[in-house]
Design a protein around this ligand. Structure first.
Ligand code: NAP
Length: 260
């Protein structure tokens, strides 16, 4: 059933570690073949081998930078002979720093990954999904999308874009049988977060760390409950609190909590 609605292939942009790898395992268990994209070939191959050893699905990997100008050409080349019925845009950068401490180019690179990437791949794959009248798209959002956030100035703005982009797409594609979900997550125990000081952040702010498997499971379980799903009961409570705040308080609280 799931594979008929969302298969036969799923493409995961950022499918080699953490949340992306959890999605890969769970989609393979539901019978979807996988295309996994990320930069480092090692983790990509590791996930591909693990999935192949534990299921009968096919797995393709491509080592690429999603920020590159030829990204869509490379994605087209690796998917031109297959039907992609599910797109998961997971790649993002979780790395706090004051806006002016990063070069302009680095800030713009973050936009290419977090804003251009989901627009480019959604436009490409949703065109066919709409024609087929079935399919699914999950775009990873963040708790920092609720307001501006110090130390995450570009990141929080880009994640706000991701969430509202996914919501609008949900409205347009729902009549065609294509389910879109903006999946908002908070602190999650991924290799990227841990190397950016995630354990200390969780301890300092008293926030629980979600596990990548929980996040992926909630995303798949709520794919048909769009436009938006917030993973984790604690995050849902915090989101409700943010929505009740005036903007100044929300920005100050979000920045103080280092919500990401
Ligand atoms: N972890 C958290 O606490 C947290 C909180 C809120 C929101 N989020 C969001 O949730 C998503 C996943 O979180 P996460 O980043 O912690 O990681 P993750 O799921 O562990 O991994 C990110 C994946 O994206 C790939 N990736 C990153 N930059 C890329 C690039 N330029 N080109 C191609 N692939 C790239 C990574 O592989 P390579 O590095 O090898 O390219 C990896 O496969 C992100 O969108 C993030 O913004 C995370």
């Amino acid at each position: 059933m799931f594979a008929q609605q969302y298969g036969p292939w799923a493409l995961i942009a950022g499918g080699s570690e953490g949340v992306g790898a959890s999605f890969a395992r769970k989609l393979a268990a539901r019978g979807l073949n996988l295309v996994l994209l990320a930069r480092k070939p090692g983790p990509l191959e590791q996930v591909a081998q693990e999935v192949s050893a534990n299921s009968h699905v096919q797995v393709r990997t491509a080592s690429m930078d999603l920020r590159a100008a030829d990204m869509l050409d490379r994605v087209r080349a690796i998917t031109e002979d297959i039907e992609v019925g599910m797109l998961i845009y997971n790649a993002g950068v979780v790395s706090p720093a004051p806006f002016l401490d990063r070069s302009l180019e680095r800030n713009l690179q973050a936009l290419r990954l977090t804003v251009d990437g989901p627009v480019i791949l959604s436009h490409h794959f949703a065109t066919k999904m709409r024609e087929r009248r079935r399919g699914g798209i999950i775009i990873l959002g963040s708790m920092s999308s609720f307001a501006g956030s110090g130390n995450f100035v570009v990141y929080s703005a880009a994640k706000s874009f991701d969430v509202t982009f996914g919501e609008g797409l949900w409205y347009e594609l729902k009549p065609y049988g294509v389910n879109v979900l903006s999946l908002i997550i908070g602190l999650t125990r991924t290799p990227k977060l841990m190397s950016a000081g995630g354990a200390e952040l969780a301890q300092k702010t008293g926030q629980p760390l979600l596990e990548p498997d929980e996040v992926a499971q909630e995303g798949l379980d709520n794919l048909e409950n769009g436009p938006t799903w917030i993973a984790g009961a604690h995050n849902r409570e915090m989101a409700a609190a943010y929505h009740g705040m005036d903007r100044k308080t929300a920005v100050q609280t979000l920045s103080g909590n280092s919500n990401i």
